[in-house]
Design a protein around this ligand. Structure first.
Ligand code: SAM
Length: 290
């Protein structure tokens, strides 16, 4: 491939090791620190993210900057949220070294993405991230709930998590993450990613998930109320909904009444229902539950 003169130099394996050594970074499993060392993977993520020059990208966990450097030329701004103080402090310098003309487009926030309740400045329109494995689902759901400006996104997660996020009703892996994701967005798989593109190499495969926000189901109750029904249904996913929702409704009889009122077969299981059905069920929760 011909390298454009204006192209930002991306980070390869030697750059990543050097940067990590200079900063004294020893990647931790707890923070899901597996850094991408392959420029082609980074380019693929950016391509799959379908970004435009007006997009303001929220990147969670920029790490040493592999993805950040590829995002900056494509979009209006990048807001990067990094929990690791050393990595957060080093990122502006890495960007200034490699692409000084784009350094002004980057904001770095040293914070836990699960705790943020907003970001300053132009509001992010797209989430693009190589997410830490152990908090990938809560991070995506929290950000979709907290930042209504997010219209679309592309995240790299563990392969099984990718499957779960996009699963449709009726499949074995359909569960809480699938229903909650469907509340906010239409999500689809955007390709597999092998282990060798990371340092250190993880012991799981990864996958890309792209999503586009959609209108949530029309419901007379809050999102929290719908999610409470979802949590209850899947807490005992082998049971019929009549049994699984007994505690939630107050009794098995009350659960059956709510299910019938919602037009749902009480002997069905949660894994058969789409997000709209859960919204209808939540609307019929008895008012006097314990
Ligand atoms: N984007 C970089 C890349 O592709 O090479 C790093 C990705 S690495 C899988 C995940 C990054 O997320 C790490 O830099 C880690 O420190 C950061 N991280 C972990 N938990 C986080 C959280 N709760 N909030 C923000 N960043 C987090």
């Amino acid at each position: 491939m011909r390298v454009r003169e204006t192209e930002t130099p991306l980070l390869g394996p030697a750059d990543i090791r050097q940067l990590a050594a200079r900063l004294g970074i020893r990647p931790t499993k707890t923070l899901g620190q597996n850094f991408v060392i392959d420029a082609n993977t980074v380019r693929r993520i950016v391509r799959a993210a379908n970004l435009g020059p007006d997009d303001v990208v929220l990147e969670v966990g920029p790490g040493l900057g592999s993805l950040t450097l590829a995002l900056l030329p494509e979009v209006r701004r990048v807001v990067a949220i990094e929990i690791d103080g050393t990595l957060a402090a080093a990122l502006p310098g890495t960007v200034a070294d490699r692409t000084p003309e784009r350094a002004g487009k980057l904001d770095v926030i040293n914070a836990d993405a699960l705790q943020i309740d907003g970001v300053p400045g132009p509001q992010p329109t797209a989430l693009v991230a190589n997410l830490p494995y152990n908090v990938a689902v809560p991070v995506v759901l929290h950000l979709l709930a907290t930042l209504p400006s997010l219209r679309h996104g592309l995240v790299m997660v563990q392969a099984e998590v990718a499957d779960r996020l996009v699963a449709a009703p009726g499949s074995k892996i359909y569960g809480v993450p699938s229903v909650k994701m469907a509340w906010y967005a239409e999500a689809r798989r955007a390709g597999p990613v092998g282990r060798a593109v990371f340092w250190p190499m993880p012991n799981v495969d990864s996958g890309l998930v792209s999503f586009t926000r959609r209108e949530p189901p029309v419901a007379a109750v809050s999102r929290e109320a719908v999610f409470a029904a979802v949590n209850a249904a899947f807490a005992q996913r082998r049971k019929t909904l009549r049994a699984a929702l007994a505690g939630w409704a107050g009794s098995p009889v009350a659960a059956e009444q709510a299910l019938r009122a919602a037009g749902v077969d009480p002997t069905a299981r949660g894994e058969a229902l789409d997000v709209n059905a859960f919204a209808r069920i939540a609307e019929h929760r008895p008012v006097t539950h314990p």
